[in-house]
Design a protein around this ligand. Structure first.
Ligand code: HEM
Length: 490
């Protein structure tokens, strides 16, 4: 038999086998669009806005459906009920981390964000405790954020009320907060180390958000054939890790176990305490990857929310005026804002929630995976299946938030103007894998935005009606379009 015919026959058999395998499993998995061999449902997904494609599919297949990302079945949960049922009611079963091939190649299962099982549980517990104040040496996390808020104001003053793109300054502040927590460094906003760390992280965020990487995440084999982007990402991550490793080494030399200064010191103490335990997760490798996870997860998220938030505030001057009136009334012009003020500032609280709801920063959440075979509604989801939870579908639910596409702090206020909590506020996700930095991020958003509005009048360079607020990209995260703003001292 001719070799070409033989190869053709083998390929056809393989295709048939893969289709048959899928069909036999399909009986247990939720329904979904029929996948094509090898490419699965890629043609039904817009890689520039996967969240939107999933919302369209949910109209046809309901709140629980399966899409094939290449050969891989992925269960999508759409709408509050399904997301809550999985992440909260069946929290343990849905607490695995789904695969993001590019990130897996860089993280290799170490650290916090991309680990699972015992490693994830122990490192998560430790990180939560450390971030909840006990890890900051003599200063509280609130003091650290307040100090950074003052640096931010000084930096904004230096713009002399002229138009500027705030991307860089708003990136420095959260970066400095994370650096203070991890290795007690505070950088001047012109420091070369800070500038290069931010540059590396911004490049990686842009890579992760590119449609090309969405395709590679579906077909990891593409990364091997076109390795350029992957190599750039891995090189940037390695550079960040080298910098962190230097810091870890410095800390090892100066560690005083009775006087831990920061996150690295606390972790090193655990490493020492568990040095006789061969299976300990408290290793230098896990410290390095966890510190780099906190960098990757904690800077861009807060910085983008601040940047998108200011864009929304210049688009809606009537909202800004109301916030400033509340700040004048509760804090005045001179006292520094503190977290206690928040309970007396329902309008500001609602504005921060509405910014996060409206911008829908992580539209399809980070992927989860089921940790064992799970019966979910009438389906059986096999262990290890990737789960995508649409946070967009919860944050933009039109019953909970009438006119979800409109920026309106009223979504979080009752008739008397009191702050109104909503279970649908899942910007930080929900359940066991929910954002570890939620408390810190909320503190930064409240204190930074409040002090900016206390000290400056915001001015747009174009009429509010002409300001574009649609996301520039919507991949792993939603990014605002770039814009110019003037900070005029009050
Ligand atoms: C506005 C700011 C932020 C938003 C909207 C946000 C959102 C999220 C979301 C949606 C997840 C995925 C949760 C899941 O898998 O179900 C997550 C995970 C995570 N976030 Fe945040 N985050 C923010 C700030 C931060 C900060 C400041 C830190 C660092 C201190 C941080 C650290 C983490 C970590 C370590 C994880 C992984 C948790 C795990 O896998 O167990 N985040 N975040």
């Amino acid at each position: 038999m001719d070799l070409v015919v033989f190869l053709g026959l083998c390929l056809s058999c393989l295709l048939l086998l893969s289709l048959w395998k899928r069909r036999s499993r399909k009986g247990k998995l939720p329904p979904g669009p029929t996948p094509l061999p090898i490419i699965g449902n890629i043609l039904q997904l817009d890689v520039k806005n996967i969240s939107k494609s999933l919302s369209k599919l949910s109209k046809l297949y309901g709140p629980v459906f399966t899409v094939y990302l290449g050969l891989k079945p992925t269960v999508v949960l759409h709408g509050y009920e399904a997301v809550k049922e999985a992440l909260i009611d069946l929290g343990e079963e849905f607490s695995g981390r789904g695969s993001v091939p590019l990130l897996e190649r860089s993280n290799k299962g170490y650290g916090l964000v991309f680990s699972s099982g015992k490693r994830w549980k122990e490192i998560r517990r430790f990180s939560l405790m450390t971030l909840r104040n006990f890890g900051m040496g003599k200063r509280s996390i609130e003091e650290c954020v307040q100090q950074e808020a003052h640096c931010l104001v000084e930096e904004l003053r230096k713009t002399n009320a002229s138009p500027c793109d705030p991307i860089f300054i708003l990136g420095c502040a959260p970066c400095n907060v994370i650096c203070s927590i991890i290795f007690q460094n505070h950088f001047d906003y012109t420091d070369q180390n800070l500038l290069s760390l931010l540059k590396l992280m911004n490049e990686n965020v842009n890579i992760l958000n590119s449609p090309w990487v969405q395709v590679c995440n579906i077909f990891p084999v593409f990364m091997d054939y076109f390795p350029g982007i992957q190599n750039k990402y891995l090189k940037n991550s390695d550079n960040i890790k080298s910098y962190l490793l230097e810091k870890i080494k410095e800390h090892q030399e100066s560690l005083d176990i009775n006087n831990p200064r920061d996150f690295i010191d606390h972790f090193l103490i655990k490493v020492k305490q568990e040095k006789h335990n061969l299976h300990s997760e408290f290793t230098i490798e896990n410290l390095l990857y966890t510190a780099s996870d906190l960098f990757a997860a904690g800077i861009h998220t807060t910085a983008t929310t601040l940047r998108y938030g200011l864009l929304l505030l210049i688009k809606h001057p009537e909202v800004t005026a109301k916030v400033q009136e509340e700040i004048d009334r509760v804090i005045g012009r001179h006292r520094s804002p503190c977290m206690q003020d928040r309970s007396h500032m329902p309008y500001m609280d609602a504005v921060v929630h509405e910014i996060q709801r409206y911008i829908d920063l992580v539209p399809t959440n980070l992927p989860h995976a089921v940790t064992r075979d799970v019966k979910f509604r009438n389906y059986l989801i096999p262990k290890g299946t990737t789960i995508l939870t649409s946070l967009t579908s919860v944050l933009h639910d039109d019953k909970e938030f009438p006119n979800p596409g409109v920026f309106d702090p009223g979504h979080f206020l009752d008739e008397s103007g009191n702050f109104k909590k909503s279970d649908y506020f899942m910007a930080f996700s929900a359940g066991k894998r929910m954002c570890v930095g939620e408390g810190l991020a909320r503190m930064e958003l409240f204190l930074f935005l409040t002090i900016i509005l206390q000290k400056f009048t915001l001015k747009s360079v174009v009429e509010p009606k002409d300001i574009n607020i649609t996301p520039a990209t919507s991949g792993l995260t939603s990014l605002p379009p770039s814009y110019q703003i003037c900070f005029i001292p009050v």
